[in-house]
Design a protein around this ligand. Structure first.
Ligand code: IMP
Ligand code: MG
Length: 174
């Protein structure tokens, strides 16, 4: 099926908002180091742009998770496909995500990370679809709240395509 993309948030809007979030994080973590955790692959573009705008010391790590399948999806159980390289003990952890949708993946992931002895764990997401939430997740930094539409760009994909778009677009089927 053919599709086209309609711009929802322009590159300028996204860049400006990331700068604002970077400023907030730099202020909130003053005097501390922040350990950013990117959830692959979607969070990668946002994390790089955000990290460049944070002025306190930053370290980075990456993880990749996948759902266990249809049956366990409702329980929010996720499988670690690629685990972190570093320990989280005593660190100020900030999870950087592309989008919070149902909240299932993140709710489980945050629990797992909190069990690894960090000083604290916060969550930063570029996009939030609050209408779709099934599991309550506390989001500390949100780029944009968006309506319940399927979006791509800035790391988000449709069938592995469009991650490289420098803006956020809505997929429309022709
Ligand atoms: P959930 O919050 O556990 O439902 O899962 C969120 C994940 O679903 C995100 O990290 C994305 O990978 C994917 N996702 C949710 N909504 C969209 C969308 O609009 N476009 C692309 N991926 C999405
Ligand atoms: Mg994701």
């Amino acid at each position: 099926m053919a599709e086209h993309i309609e711009v929802l948030l322009s590159e300028e809007e996204v860049d400006a908002r990331i700068q604002e979030i970077g400023d907030m994080i730099s202020k909130d973590y003053a005097g501390k180091e922040v350990h950013l955790i990117c959830v692959l692959k979607g969070g990668s573009f946002f994390m790089c742009e955000l990290a460049k705008r944070i002025t306190v010391p930053v370290s980075l790590d990456f993880m990749s998770v996948s759902s266990y399948g249809a049956d366990t999806k409702s329980s929010g159980v996720v499988k670690i496909v690629k685990d972190l390289d570093e320990s989280l003990t005593g660190k100020h952890v900030l999870v950087v995500e592309d989008i919070v949708d149902s909240g299932r993946t993140l709710s489980h992931l945050l629990k797992m990370l909190k069990d690894r002895g960090p000083a604290d764990v916060r969550l930063c997401t570029l996009l939030d679809k609050p209408d779709r939430r099934v599991v309550d997740v506390k989001v500390d930094y949100t780029g944009f709240q968006i309506p319940d539409e399927f979006v791509v760009g800035y790391g988000l994909d449709y069938d592995q395509k469009y991650r490289n778009l420098p803006y956020i677009g809505v997929v429309k089927f022709d």
